[in-house]
Write a protein that binds this ligand. Structure first.
Ligand SMILES: Cc1ncc(COP(=O)(O)O)c(C=O)c1O
Length: 443
C-alpha cells in the first residue's frame, strides 16, 4: 500500500516555521529534532502552572475510569468540588457557574445569559451589546461581533453591528490627552454610547480588564473600571469582564478586576482555569441574577461538553496546585522582576516602545520611532516577524499584531508562573537579541 502523504496540521498555514513539538516540561517545549524552546507565551497565555505535571495526568486517567461522560443536567463529585473551590476564588456573590469547552463558548454563554436575563424581566428590547474598538473576545460569530480586532476582517459581511467605544489606552490617548483626565473620558465614552442608543436598548457592556491580544497587555488607569461599573449599574446595563486571558492569577491577582475591587455581573474565564491540561471555559454569574431568572422559570441550555467530569476534576486540581504553591503570589512577585528586567534591557532599544503590564502579563510595543512612538505600517507585520525571529533563537513570545487601533504592533511576554530567575534572564536577553535581528531589516 502506498504511504499516505504527511497531513497538514490545519488547512491554512500560519506565518511561522513548522515545528513538531514532541513534549513539554515546565516552561519549555522540546521538538522532535532535539530543540528546546522557552515558551514565554505560556502557549496562548494558557499554561499558567507549567507543563508536565504527573499528578494531573494520573488524576485525569483515574477520573476517566470512574465516568467518562455525564450529561450536564446532573451533578458529580468533580463538579461539586470545582464549584465549591471556584466560589472561593471569585468575589462575593459571583457564585453561579456555567462551564464550556473554551473561552469563545464562554463569551457566547455570557452574552446569551445577559440577553435572557433582560428578556425574562420584561425588557426584550435590551438587545444591543457595547464593546470596545480594540478587543478580542473569541472566534465565533457573536464573539467576533463583540470584539474589535483585525481577526474580524474576513467575516465583516455577516458580523452583527454592535456599538463600540474607544478603549482605555492612556499611553496613546484616543482623545490626544495625557493622564490625568483621559480615564474619565474613556469611561464616559460608555455613558455617551448608552445615551446615544437609549439605555433601554442596551443589554450589556463587555471588555477585557487588561487588553490582551488586540493591544498587547495594556492595563488601564485605576479609575477606569470602577467608573465603568458605576455607569453600567446606573443604566441597568450588565457589566461583563472577559478574563479569559487575565483570569486565574495572570496579572498577579486572582482576577484582574480585583486590582480595582470591581465585581462585574458576569466574569468569563478560560485558559488558566485548567492551565491547558484540558479544554475548558466558564462564566461566573451573580447569584441574584441567576435566582431571578430561575424564579421566572427560565432555562439555560447547556453545551454537550459543559462541565465535563474529567475537565472539572482537572480544573479543581489546577486551582488546588495554584493555592498549594502560592502561584498567584508568585505571578505577582516574579512578574514584577520580569517587568523590571524587560524595562532595563529593552527600554533603550530603537524599536521598543511602551513596556507595560502587571503580574505575568507584559507587552512590548514595537515602534518605528521611539521618540514619537510612531507604529510600523501594518503591512510589515512586525509582530509576526519578531515572533518568527524569536523562534529562531528558541524563544516563543505571543504576537499582538497590528490589531489595536491606533496601536500598532506588540509582542506579549506571558510565561508560566513557575518560571525561574535563570529563565527570566534567558527570556529577556533572547528577546533583546531577537529585536536586534529584526530591526536592521525594517529600515
Ligand atoms: C480575552 C479573550 N476572550 C476570549 C478568548 C477566546 O478564547 P478561546 O480561544 O479559548 O475560545 C480569548 C482567546 O485568546 C481571549 O483572549
Amino acid at each position: 500500500m502506498a504511504e499516505l502523504p504527511e497531513l497538514p496540521l490545519t488547512f491554512i498555514r500560519g506565518p511561522y516555521e513548522p515545528l513538531l513539538i514532541d513534549h513539554a516540561e515546565g516552561a519549555w517545549l522540546y521538538t522532535a529534532d532535539g530543540r528546546k524552546i522557552l515558551d514565554a507565551a505560556a502557549g496562548a497565555v494558557v499554561t499558567n502552572i507549567g507543563q508536565g505535571r504527573e499528578e494531573i495526568a494520573q488524576l485525569a486517567a483515574n477520573e476517566m475510569r470512574r465516568a467518562n461522560y455525564v450529561v450536564p443536567i446532573w451533578s458529580t463529585p468533580q463538579r461539586q468540588r470545582l464549584v465549591k473551590r471556584l466560589a472561593r476564588w471569585t468575589a462575593p456573590g459571583l457564585t453561579r457557574f456555567f462551564f464550556t469547552s473554551g473561552g469563545s463558548e464562554a463569551v457566547e454563554a455570557a452574552l446569551k445569559f445577559a440577553l435572557m436575563y433582560h428578556k425574562v424581566h420584561g425588557r426584550p428590547r435590551r438587545t444591543k451589546i457595547i464593546a470596545r474598538e480594540a478587543s478580542y473576545h473569541g472566534n465565533t460569530i457573536a464573539a467576533l461581533s463583540a470584539g474589535g480586532s483585525l481577526r474580524r476582517a474576513d467575516y465583516e459581511q455577516v458580523l452583527l453591528d454592535w456599538p463600540k467605544i474607544k478603549p482605555s489606552y492612556c499611553y496613546r490617548c484616543p482623545w490626544g490627552k495625557t493622564y490625568p483626565g483621559c480615564d474619565i473620558d474613556c469611561a464616559n465614552a460608555l455613558e455617551q454610547e448608552i445615551n446615544r442608543h437609549g439605555e433601554d436598548s442596551i443589554a450589556l457592556f463587555i471588555a477585557e480588564p487588561m487588553m490582551g491580544s488586540a493591544g498587547g497587555a495594556v492595563p488601564p488607569v485605576k479609575e477606569y473600571w470602577p467608573r465603568l461599573a458605576e455607569i453600567c449599574q446606573r443604566h441597568g446595563v450588565l457589566l461583563i469582564a472577559d478574563e479569559v486571558m487575565t483570569g486565574f492569577g495572570r496579572t498577579g491577582r486572582r482576577f484582574a478586576v480585583d486590582h480595582w475591587n470591581v465585581i462585574p455581573d458576569i466574569l468569563i474565564g478560560g485558559k488558566g482555569l485548567t492551565g491547558g491540561y484540558l479544554p475548558m471555559g466558564m462564566i461566573a454569574v451573580k447569584e441574584r441574577l441567576v435566582e431571578q431568572c430561575e424564579e421566572q422559570g427560565a432555562e439555560f441550555m447547556f453545551y454537550t461538553y459543559s462541565a465535563h467530569p474529567t475537565a472539572c476534576a482537572v480544573a479543581d486540581r489546577v486551582l488546588e496546585i495554584m493555592e498549594r504553591e502560592h502561584l498567584v503570589e508568585r505571578a505577582a512577585e516574579m512578574g514584577a522582576r520580569l517587568g523590571a528586567q524587560l524595562k532595563e534591557e529593552l527600554a533603550g532599544h530603537p524599536m521598543a516602545g511602551d513596556i507595560r503590564g502587571a503580574g505575568m502579563f507584559w507587552g512590548v510595543e514595537l515602534v518605528r520611532d521611539r521618540a514619537s512612538r510612531a507604529p510600523y505600517p501594518p503591512a510589515l507585520k512586525v509582530a509576526s516577524r519578531v515572533v518568527a525571529a524569536g523562534l529562531k533563537r528558541d524563544l516563543f513570545v505571543y504576537p499582538a499584531s497590528g490589531m489595536a487601533r491606533p496601536g500598532g504592533d506588540a509582542v506579549m511576554v506571558t510565561p508560566p508562573f513557575v518560571i525561574g530567575n535563570d529563565e527570566i534572564e534567558y527570556l529577556v536577553s533572547r528577546l533583546r537579541a531577537t529585536l536586534d535581528d529584526v530591526h536592521p531589516n525594517l529600515q
